[in-house]
Write a protein that binds this ligand. Structure first.
Ligand code: NAP
Length: 251
């Protein structure tokens, strides 16, 4: 057995939602290893902070909504041309609009499906179009344990994440012949700007559900993403990896 192989630095990785939370942790980890990273995010000020934090890095931070298929396609094309041929796509862009089913508006339903599910589909498709001629690559989509077990007040979010798993399993079948692996990570509660709005009560409840009794940080997810992007994970595809401190099985 030898030491882990470094990630390729002559190929680029696209990270959607890469300017905040889990995506930002992924971007930061990849840049620290010299991997060229293209971030697609809709938050202009977070993108500006990211650029400022990494002067001179091989970073292309683009303001794009993942709900716009043509814009995603252009942004991925630009990454492949201006940074390096694509090695991977990591989809982290996501939103929540929690309400119980009887109170959920059509707009709440559609907005979450549009970003979380359609946005993931558009990014994976745009990546595969460029990666299929390159002899292999990696795709990692951030799902959620809520997509595996439902979530009170989260019918839209749970459906979107269950859909992400279905897209991942389908893409794994379709892209395998090109040497592209496609996997999902299903986090439980992670401390990010998205979950900050829920306050400490949810954090404590989720901690109590975890056999480890700990709270997941974005860097914990980023390290798992990095593994699935690595050459060592070349025989893993179509998997949903729960990275949740055991939250889904319960304490
Ligand atoms: P976050 O801190 O809010 O980061 C998500 C990023 O995606 C933000 O910069 C957000 O911009 C961006 N984004 C939202 N809609 C977009 C769009 N249409 N196009 C491009 N970018 C868009 O959230 P996070 O907690 O890191 O979540 C990352 C992923 O992990 C999401 O898919 C989430 O569902 C999933 N996840 C999170 C947890 C958790 O506990 N945090 C658990 C399980 C799964 P705005 O700030 O402008 O919205």
């Amino acid at each position: 057995m030898s030491a882990p192989t470094p990630l390729p630095t002559d190929r680029s990785i696209v990270v959607t939602g890469g300017a905040s939370g889990i995506g930002l942790a992924v971007t930061t980890l990849l840049l620290s290893e010299g991997v060229p990273v293209a971030v697609l995010d809709r938050d202009a000020s977070a993108l500006a902070r990211l650029r400022d934090a990494h002067p001179g890095a091989r970073l292309l931070a683009q303001e794009v909504s993942v709900t716009d298929a043509a814009a995603v396609d252009r942004a991925v094309e630009r990454a492949a041309k201006e940074l390096a041929p694509l090695w991977g796509v990591v989809t982290c862009a996501g939103i929540v609009r929690d309400r119980t089913i009887l109170k959920m508006t059509e707009e709440d339903w559609r907005a979450v499906l549009d970003v979380n599910l359609s946005g993931t589909f558009f990014a994976l498709r745009a990546g595969a179009l460029r990666m299929k001629e390159l002899g292999g690559g990696r795709m990692v989509a951030i799902a959620s344990i809520v997509g595996l077990r439902g979530g009170f007040g989260q019918a839209n979010y749970a459906a979107s994440k269950a859909g992400v798993v279905a897209v991942v399993e389908t893409a794994a079948r379709e892209f395998g012949k090109h040497g592209i692996t496609v996997n999902a990570i299903a986090p439980g509660f992670v401390r990010t700007p998205m979950t900050a709005k829920y306050g400490e009560t949810l954090e404590e409840a989720c901690k109590a559900e975890s056999p480890l009794g700990t709270v997941c940080e974005p860097e914990d997810i980023a390290r798992s993403v990095r593994y699935l992007l690595s050459p060592e994970a070349g025989h893993i595809t179509g998997v949903v990896l729960r990275v949740d401190g055991g939250q889904a099985i319960g304490a």
